[in-house]
Unconditional design. Structure first.
Length: 104
């Protein structure tokens, strides 16, 4: 693998991480909207599962918190990746400057 290919992989990594963050947001939104529906537990006042309807609100809140925590941690990781990539490029450029006979 050439050095330019390695840098290209690192450059694409942030885009791929952004895509995964979007998927996490979509997944939790889907769960909050469709999995946590009260209606399935409230078809009639006599439904024995009716008490579970209140739990759907708690579950929806849990999915919301999961989304917030996951996306916050993911954003921190992406930020640190950018900083690390910049540091690696600076070191690489420094080495190339000291060893101009090395060709990739």
């Amino acid at each position: 693998m050439t050095l330019s290919a390695v840098w290209a992989d690192l450059d694409r990594l942030d885009d791929q991480m952004a895509e995964l963050a979007g998927q996490a947001a979509e997944l939790t939104s889907y769960a909050r909207r469709w999995v946590c529906q009260r209606a399935g537990f409230e078809p009639s006042p006599l439904c024995l599962l009716r008490p579970l309807a209140e739990l759907m609100d708690l579950l929806a809140d849990g999915f919301g918190e999961l989304r917030d925590l996951a996306l916050e941690d993911w954003a921190d990781l992406r930020h640190d990746l950018v900083l690390t990539r910049q540091d690696l490029r600076a070191v690489d450029d420094g080495v190339v400057g000291l060893m101009p006979v090395v060709a990739w």
